[in-house]
Design a protein around this ligand. Structure first.
Ligand code: MSP
Length: 640
C-alpha cells in the first residue's frame, strides 16, 4: 500500500475575488502535491472556501443578494482560477456544504457535552473585516492589530471554548514536536503568544445569522474559526457516515497557511483537536506574503498588473507558477513587481532553460538527423556534468522536503547553467566540422539530452506543461521520466528521436511590455475588453462615497492658474473643495449648480487650502473637461 500524504491550503473567504495572494498559497501546495505524487505517495490535496460570517452577510446585503447567491459566482471564479493555474486539488470543500455543516454541529455538541464549551458573555473589540475580537491591549488605539482598520466595542451572549486550559499542553506539544511550526521564527512568535496568556475563545455569535446554527441553541451560529478550521477533518468525512478518507489521511502532513493565520492553526486548532481527543496535524507552515505596490502594503494595483488571469494570459501559466515559487523564499515576504517577473521569464526561462533545449535539440537535428546512435566517446570534462546531474535529485529533495521551493529551483538552475557552459566548452559546431569528431559530438549531445531529461522530471511539480514539452521534444518515453529515474544516468536509449519545437518561453521586449502593462493599468488598452481591464469588487466600489452637493460659492485661487475654490453644501454641512477646472469653467458658471463629489476622500492641501473632497468631471478629449451636473437631484443625495 502506498504511503499517504495529506496537504491543505487555507480555505479562502469568498468575500472578494480570488487574487494573486491566494494563488501563492495554492500554487505552493500544488507544487508539493505534485512532488509527492511523483514520489509515489497517495496524495490528498484539499482546498476550498470559507463561506460564513458577518462580512459575507454584509457584502451580500449591500449587493442586494442572499449570501449564497452572492458567494456562488465568486466561488466559481476561485475554481476557474485554480483550473487555469493547473491546481491539481483532490477535494474542494465549501463550508456551506451540507456534510460540513452537520459535522460542525456534531463537533460543537461533542465539545459542549465534554464541557470544553460553555455559555458566557463576550465583550471585546471587534473587527468586522477580520471577523475577530481583540482585547484592549491588542486593539490599542481602536485599530485592528491585523488589518489596521477601526474596531468597535461589542458585547453578546456567546459560547466559549476553554482555550485558556491548553497553554501548558500546547507548549509541551511544541517541545515534543520541534518541527510542528515552521519556519522557526513563527514558532517563537507562537510560544510568546501562549506565554502571554490565552483567553477562552468565543465560538458562537448571535449578532449575525449567516453561519451554522448551534444544534441545541438556535439563536447562535458557530463562530467562524471553529467552522473554518474543522474543514480539514470534515472534508475527509469526520462527523459523517463515510469517514473512510478521514481514517486514511488524517492527521494531515502539512497545513500551508499565511503568516497572519498561523496563530489560529498552531494554537486554536491543536487545542480543539486535543479537546476532541484527535491526533494533531504534523506540520503548520506559515508562509510570507506577496506584497503589491509601494510601501509593502497589499494594495490592488499601484502601478502593477497583478490579476493572475491577465498574467497567465500574457505569459504562460508555468511562467507565473515558476515566478511565484522562485522569486521569494517561501517563509518570507516579497514584493511582486511586473518587471521582475518579465526578467525571470527572459533570463531564467527563455535564456537559460529555453536556449538549452533549443540549442541541444537543434544540434541533434542538424548533425545527426534527429537521432543519436552513439555514446561512447567520453572525456574527463563530462564527469563534472554527469556527477552534478546524478546528485541533483537528492539535493533537490532536501530542499523540497523542507518546503524550500526557491532553493530547489536554484539547484535545478545550477545544472541548467552548467549544461549551457558545457556546450560552450565543447563547441559542438567545431566538432561537427570534422568527421572523426562525430562520435565525440554525439556523446556531448547525448549528455545534454540526459541532463534535460533529469531537469524535465525535477521541474515537473513547478511547471508541469513545460516538463511535458521538454520530454516531447527530447522524444523520451514515460518510463524514463519518473522520480526513480531522476538520479540515474544513461537511461536515454540510443536511437531516440528528437523533435525541436517552438521556443518554450519567447523572449519579451521589456520596454514594450512595461508600456503595454501601463496601458492596461490606465485602462486605456486598445483592446480593453473585460479580460484585460482591471475589475474591482463591489466592496471596493462600496468604499467610495459619491454625493450630490450644491455649489454655494466659487472663486479663483490667486496663486494658481488652474484651481478654483468651491464652497459646497452637502446637505448636512458646508465644505471646501479645490478643483483643477478653472480652464473649463468660470466661477459664476458653477455657482448654484449641483455637482457630484467623492465625499470620503482624505483631505489634501492645495495652494494652502484644505480640499475636502473631489468633484467628478469627465475628460471628453480635445482638451475638453465637463463637470457632472445633477441639478435635478437634491443636494446631499448619495449615489449608489
Ligand atoms: N478563511 C480564512 C482561512 C481559514 S483556514 C481554516 C482566511 N481567508 S483569506 O481569504 O483571508 O486568506 C486565505 C489565505 O490567503 C491566508 O493564508 C492569507 O495569508 C493568504 N493570502 C491572502 N493574501 C495574500 C498575499 N498577498 N500573499 C500571500 N498570501 C496571502 O484567512
Amino acid at each position: 500500500m502506498k504511503n499517504t500524504y495529506y496537504i491543505t491550503t487555507p480555505i479562502y473567504y469568498p468575500s472578494g475575488q480570488a487574487h494573486l495572494g491566494h494563488s501563492y498559497s495554492t500554487v505552493a501546495a500544488d507544487v508539493m502535491a505534485r512532488y509527492k505524487r511523483m514520489q509515489g505517495f497517495d496524495v490528498m490535496f484539499l482546498t476550498g472556501t470559507d463561506e460564513h460570517g458577518q462580512k459575507i452577510e454584509l457584502n451580500a446585503q449591500k449587493a442586494g443578494l442572499s449570501p449564497k447567491d452572492y458567494i456562488d459566482p465568486i466561488v466559481d471564479n476561485f475554481k476557474k482560477l485554480w483550473k487555469l493555474l493547473g491546481i491539481s486539488y483532490d477535494k474542494f470543500i465549501r463550508t456551506t456544504d451540507g456534510y460540513h455543516k452537520r459535522a460542525v454541529q456534531k463537533i460543537f455538541d461533542d465539545l459542549y457535552k465534554k464541557k470544553e464549551i460553555y455559555k458566557g458573555k463576550y465583550s471585546g473589540w471587534y473587527c468586522t473585516p477580520c471577523e475577530s475580537f481583540f482585547t484592549d491591549v491588542q486593539a490599542k488605539g481602536g485599530k485592528c492589530p491585523d488589518c489596521g482598520r477601526e474596531v468597535r466595542r461589542e458585547e453578546e451572549e456567546s459560547y466559549f471554548f476553554k482555550l485558556s486550559e491548553y497553554s501548558e499542553k500546547l507548549l509541551k506539544f511544541y517541545d515534543d514536536n520541534p518541527n510542528f511550526i515552521q519556519p522557526e521564527s513563527r514558532k517563537n512568535e507562537m510560544i510568546k503568544f501562549i506565554k502571554e496568556g490565552l483567553d477562552d475563545l468565543c465560538v458562537s455569535r448571535t449578532s449575525f445569522k449567516w453561519g451554522i446554527p448551534v444544534n441545541f441553541d438556535k439563536d447562535h451560529v458557530v463562530y467562524v474559526w471553529l467552522d473554518a478550521l474543522t474543514n480539514y477533518i470534515t472534508a475527509q468525512g469526520y462527523g459523517s457516515e463515510d469517514s473512510g478518507d478521514y481514517k486514511k489521511y488524517w492527521p494531515a502532513d502539512v497545513h500551508f497557511v499565511g503568516k497572519e493565520i498561523v496563530r489560529f492553526h498552531a494554537v486554536i486548532w491543536p487545542a480543539i483537536l486535543m479537546a476532541l481527543e484527535l491526533p494533531l496535524p504534523k506540520r503548520i507552515f506559515g508562509h510570507g506574503w506577496l506584497l503589491f505596490g509601494d510601501g509593502g502594503k497589499m494594495s490592488k494595483s499601484k502601478g502593477n498588473v497583478i490579476d493572475p488571469n491577465i498574467l497567465c494570459g500574457r505569459y504562460s501559466v508555468d511562467a507565473v507558477r515558476y515566478f511565484l515559487m522562485r522569486e521569494i523564499p517561501f517563509g518570507s515576504d516579497g514584493i511582486f513587481v511586473n518587471e521582475s517577473l518579465i526578467k525571470r521569464i527572459n533570463f531564467d526561462l527563455a535564456n537559460d532553460l529555453g536556449n538549452l533545449l533549443s540549442r541541444s535539440t537543434a544540434m541533434v537535428e542538424k548533425y545527426f538527423e534527429s537521432c543519436i546512435l552513439e555514446n561512447s566517446e567520453f572525456s574527463n570534462i563530462d564527469n563534472d556534468l554527469i556527477n552534478m546531474a546524478k546528485s541533483l535529485q537528492s539535493e533537490y529533495q532536501k530542499s523540497m522536503d523542507n518546503f524550500h521551493f526557491s532553493s530547489a529551483l536554484d539547484k535545478i538552475w545550477l545544472l541548467i547553467s552548467k549544461s549551457n557552459k558545457y556546450i560552450d566548452e565543447n563547441m559542438p559546431w567545431k566538432l561537427a566540422k570534422e568527421e572523426k569528431s562525430k562520435p565525440r559530438l554525439s556523446t556531448v549531445l547525448y549528455n545534454l539530452c540526459e541532463c534535460l531529461r533529469i531537469i524535465s522530471i525535477l521541474i515537473s511539480p513547478f511547471m508541469p506543461d513545460t516538463s511535458k514539452k521538454i520530454q516531447n521534444q527530447l522524444g523520451t518515453s514515460k518510463d524514463i521520466c519518473g522520480w526513480e529515474t531522476a538520479s540515474k544516468w544513461g537511461l536515454m536509449p540510443l536511437g531516440f528521436k528528437v523533435k525541436k519545437g517552438e521556443p518554450l518561453f519567447p523572449r519579451i521586449d521589456i520596454e514594450k511590455e512595461i508600456e503595454d502593462l501601463n496601458k492596461i493599468i490606465e485602462n486605456k488598452s486598445e483592446d480593453s475588453n473585460d479580460t484585460t481591464a482591471e475589475l474591482i469588487d463591489i466592496e471596493d466600489f462600496g468604499k467610495i462615497d459619491l454625493k450630490v452637493v450644491k455649489v454655494e460659492n466659487c472663486e479663483h485661487i490667486k496663486r494658481s492658474k488652474k484651481l478654483l475654490k468651491l464652497t459646497v453644501n452637502d446637505g448636512k454641512a458646508i465644505r471646501t473643495i479645490v478643483s483643477g477646472i478653472s480652464d473649463y469653467y468660470a466661477p459664476e458658471e458653477l455657482i448654484g449648480k449641483h455637482v457630484v463629489i467623492v465625499s470620503n476622500l482624505k483631505s489634501a492641501k492645495l495652494c494652502g487650502i484644505e480640499s475636502q473632497g473631489m468633484i467628478l468631471a469627465a475628460d471628453c478629449g480635445e482638451n475638453e473637461v465637463k463637470a457632472i451636473f445633477a441639478n435635478e437631484i437634491p443636494a446631499g443625495s448619495k449615489i449608489r
